[in-house]
Design a protein around this ligand. Structure first.
Ligand SMILES: Cc1cc2nc3c(=O)[nH]c(=O)nc-3n(C[C@H](O)[C@H](O)[C@H](O)COP(=O)(O)OP(=O)(O)OC[C@H]3O[C@@H](n4cnc5c(N)ncnc54)[C@H](O)[C@@H]3O)c2cc1C
Length: 484
């Protein structure tokens, strides 16, 4: 069994640490933030200082696929979250398009709803109970490498150059921290969206790491509330509404709390300026039919929590034929960040942790090049397609928002089909199930979407979708309502 250092004790790092410790590896987690999670959910929400997770008070909901995987592979994590107050909820149950009650099989749409602080605190507890050493206040500042390429390779000569003539990958043997050097058989970077990995790699001589980065992205404007009686303001509501210049998320959480979040384009400076004011934010929420009731709860956040710079980004670390680096892998947001509107981050980081666990089962750490090749191949096969589908969404949704601001409909054949599916899902429960299954990354969803009857119904709706602007106020009406 191997000695593994996981960098970052947020959910991505803790899930990965739990999976690897479950296989008997000796896992230590380094976390830059020094503070322990307070014991109860309300203190974790209001008093836990966690600058390393700036999205802590932003709207969060794990996908249904996350719960399926967590129940199958990390049941103790789900148990701790539930005991702390996370609520099992079904993501199709409140949707107006359900038109009736749930049926057998709809449990696949269950997930756990809770504030991110509760999920983090419960995951920390689960990791500690599993005997994982979490070292708080220890920041990774750089990587430590062996003096030549590979420490053990079938292909390496004494110079560190492979007999085939190519440069051997740099082999990481540990990390530099504020508490000195720590060594490991494998370093797993889970330091998230803002991970410093490219500069750490440059410092140890790894040539430039390729990065795909969306030029544009979204801004989140979140507020949390609690209703007087602990019930949600309405029992029927769409969790996500995508109107012209704005999206609206209504997401249940733990202990009677829920969040309301507006989403705009990152470069919509007019809305960015206006929506930071509570009154303008509330006026914008009221533009969505039925959403005004969601403003009646007791606020759990002062003002509007804003987070910008939310664009897709993926690092190309794993050229599987010629790996740049061995002894180190990036898992979760450090490898690829996807815009949060699609809510895939926690699920992808759990899937990525499973990919790593399985690669380690097949190769161990004894032949480091085999491990990164295996891990890179499996990452490409299982997660890169999800990343690509997210960039499709981001590109077209931003273009649709641009068109709406200009008072025009947005036309693109592929996007029109996906919009037609969303519209059909508002009228037809089977279409709703197929659409939500795909959005929640559930197994078999792509086959459901390809069913001929559904594909025909979607095709028939395309002309309607292409003619209409999305329902809701025009740009001018929105600006007038929020004081622009
Ligand atoms: C606004 C917003 C909303 C989101 N909503 C959803 C959602 O609804 N559903 C969903 O599934 N996902 C959502 N996500 C994504 C989700 O938050 C991430 O995918 C998830 O946090 C996993 O990320 P992570 O653990 O890899 O990194 P992070 O959460 O970014 O955590 C990184 C950790 O590393 C630590 N760290 C950083 N640098 C160092 C260092 N040098 N040394 C040691 N430790 C370090 C940090 O302190 C932190 O604890 C959202 C993200 C954002 C930004």
């Amino acid at each position: 069994m191997s000695k593994i250092l996981v960098l970052g004790a947020a959910l991505g790092g803790l899930q990965t640490a739990l999976l690897l410790a479950g296989d008997g590896h000796r896992v230590t987690v380094l976390e830059r933030d020094a503070h322990r999670a307070p014991a109860d959910a309300e203190s974790a929400w209001s008093r836990w200082r966690r600058p390393g997770i700036p999205q802590m008070q932003q709207t969060h909901l794990p996908l249904a696929r996350w719960l399926q995987l967590a129940e199958a592979h990390l049941p103790e994590l789900v148990g701790r979250m539930t005991a702390a107050g996370a609520v099992r909820m079904n993501v199709v149950a409140p949707e107006p398009g359900l038109r009736g009650s749930l049926r057998a099989g709809d449990e696949r749409f269950d997930t756990l709803a809770a504030r991110r602080s509760l999920l983090e605190a419960a995951a920390t507890e689960a990791a500690e109970a599993a005997g994982i050493d979490i070292r708080r206040g220890v920041a990774c500042r750089g990587l430590h490498r062996s003096s030549r390429g590979l420490h053990s390779s079938r292909d390496a000569g004494a110079s560190g150059r492979a007999r085939s003539g190519r440069q051997c990958p740099v082999h990481v043997t540990g990390v530099e921290t504020n508490e000195g050097t720590l060594t490991a058989d494998l370093v797993v970077d889970c330091t998230g969206r803002r991970s410093q990995l490219p500069s750490w790699l440059r410092d140890i001589g790894v040539r430039e790491v390729g990065e795909e980065r969306g030029r544009r992205g979204f801004v989140y404007y979140s507020r949390y509330f609690r209703s007087a009686d602990g019930a949600l303001p309405t029992s029927t509501f769409p969790l996500v509404v995508e109107h012209g210049s704005l999206g609206l998320l209504r997401i249940p959480a733990d202990h009677g709390s829920y969040s309301v979040c507006l989403v705009s384009r990152g470069d919509d400076l007019q809305l960015r300026h206006l929506l930071r004011r509570e009154a303008a934010w509330s006026a914008a929420v009221r533009q969505f039919p039925g959403a005004e009731l969601w403003l009646d709860g007791h606020p759990l956040t002062d003002g509007v929590r804003i987070m910008a710079g939310l664009s897709d980004r993926k690092r190309n670390l794993y050229d599987t034929e010629h790996p740049l680096v061995t002894g180190l892998v990036a898992v979760g947001d450090s490898w690829a960040f996807t815009v949060p509107t699609v809510g895939r981050g926690l699920t992808m980081s759990l899937q990525h942790g499973l990919v790593l666990r399985d690669a380690l089962r097949r190769t161990g750490t004894g032949e480091p090049e085999d491990l990164v090749a295996e891990f890179g191949r499996a990452t490409d096969d299982s997660l890169a397609p999800v990343y690509r589908r997210t960039t499709f969404y981001t590109h077209h949704r931003l273009a649709e928002m641009d068109a709406h601001a200009a008072g025009l409909p947005y036309r693109d054949p592929d996007w029109s089909r996906s919009r037609a599916l969303v519209r059909l899902a508002q009228r037809d429960p089977d279409a709703l199930r197929a659409e939500r299954a795909a959005a929640h990354l559930l197994p078999g969803a792509r086959e459901e979407l390809r069913a001929p009857a559904l594909a025909d119904a979607v095709a028939r709706l395309v002309p309607e979708v292409e003619q209409d602007l999305p329902p809701g106020p025009s740009r001018a009406e929105l600006l007038a309502a929020i004081g622009g």
